[in-house]
Write a protein that binds this ligand. Structure first.
Ligand SMILES: [Zn+2]
Length: 271
């Protein structure tokens, strides 16, 4: 065991699977305390196969799918902010930030990961979670922000590093060249993937040892990806896909200095 704690804050069950599943698995395997906080239960999304869930039980089914994935990554069971899927921009920002502040003070992470301002593909829920978490990291360190009458603890906690989970622009170009979709359809409208160029990416985690964990985590999310999908039997070429073997982050805030070159560890300078 280590005394290192990683807390990731995302919007929907399955948001963790593609871009952070390997990273979560790797740090859990190293003995770090790894937490995943998810704002919603994903109940507004499509059901991949009709017999997997009904719209009535979808929140429950997606919670169980996320619990399944967390078990495979070897991390703590998921924490939920209990907000409605698809409506995060309408949530009172102060209330949502307060929930994240309380979790930061309870779990005491040195490293926090969330979406960047691009929300991967401009998803309005992702962008809301990005804002809440970025503000909460600052407020958790300020004992005057949330006095004890609205919080279980007034004890301040200073996060050391805040990272944004991103897709490199070059990877999106490569997907387009291979003829793969580079947008997500939402409400009948395409939302294109957006990401910073490699030159702006501060941190690349090689998760090639954890691709199997990641694929098993993806498979837990059956109502999202279906029972049969390109990851279901994980042929060798899927396992070697560079999209799966490396996960990319931008160091957005640091209280322990800045890397001179590309980092390969979220806990660089903290060990
Ligand atoms: Zn999402």
């Amino acid at each position: 065991m280590t005394d290192l704690t990683l807390m990731t804050v995302l919007a929907h069950p399955d948001d963790e699977a593609f871009g952070t599943g390997g990273t979560l698995s790797q740090y859990a395997d190293q003995g770090c305390d790894v937490y995943l906080v998810t704002a919603t239960r994903g109940e507004a999304g499509q059901i991949a196969e009709d017999d997997l869930a009904t719209h009535a039980d979808l929140p429950f089914v997606r919670e169980q799918e996320l619990r399944c994935a967390c078990e495979i990554y070897g991390i703590h069971p998921p924490r939920f902010l209990d907000y409605p899927d698809g409506l995060l921009p309408l949530i009172h920002q102060g209330q949502a930030v307060g929930k994240v502040v309380r979790l930061i003070r309870e779990l005491k992470p040195q490293v926090v990961v969330t979406f960047g301002p691009d929300g991967i593909y401009g998803h309005y829920d992702h962008i809301a979670v990005h804002r809440w978490t970025t503000i909460a990291v600052d407020m958790a360190a300020d004992a005057t922000c949330f006095p004890h009458h609205v919080s279980e603890t007034c004890e301040r906690h200073q996060v050391s590093k805040l990272y944004y989970r991103v897709i490199p622009h070059e990877q999106i170009d490569a997907m387009r060249e291979r003829g793969e979709p580079t947008a997500m359809m939402m409400d009948g409208v395409p939302f294109s993937f957006v990401g910073p160029p490699m030159g702006e990416i501060t941190t690349v985690i090689d998760v090639s040892q954890y691709v199997e964990h990641k694929l098993r985590g993806i498979r837990c999310h059956a109502t999202q990806v279906g029972r049969e999908n390109r990851f279901s039997d994980a042929p060798e070429q899927v396992k070697r896909d560079p999209l799966l073997a490396h996960e990319h982050f931008v160091l957005a805030r640091s209280w322990v200095g800045w890397p001179a070159e590309v980092e390969t560890d979220l806990f660089d300078r903290l060990r």
